[in-house]
Design a protein. Structure first.
Length: 74
C-alpha cells in the first residue's frame, strides 16, 4: 500500500512541475498588488491557461492526499 501512494506522489509531483513550467508568465507582475490590472472575462471558455490551472489544482490535491496517506501509514 505504501508503494502505491509513493508512486502516486511521484507522478503528481512530476505533473505539477510540468504544468507550472508550461504556464505563461504573467507580465503584470507587481501591478496585480496595486489593483492596476486589466481583468477581462473569456465568457466561460476553457482557455489553455484555465486548463493548466485546473491540472495544477487537481494534481496538487492528489499530491496532498497521497502525502497525508503516506504520513498516516508510517
Amino acid at each position: 500500500m505504501k508503494t502505491i501512494f509513493s508512486v502516486i506522489l511521484v507522478i503528481a509531483s512530476i505533473v505539477i512541475i510540468i504544468a507550472v513550467m508550461s504556464q505563461e508568465t504573467k507580465s503584470e507582475g507587481m501591478a496585480a498588488l496595486t489593483g492596476e490590472t486589466n481583468v477581462g472575462g473569456h465568457g466561460g471558455r476553457l482557455t489553455k491557461d484555465n486548463y493548466i490551472n485546473r491540472v495544477v489544482i487537481v494534481s496538487s490535491v492528489i499530491f496532498l492526499v497521497s502525502a497525508l496517506a503516506l504520513a498516516y501509514i508510517k
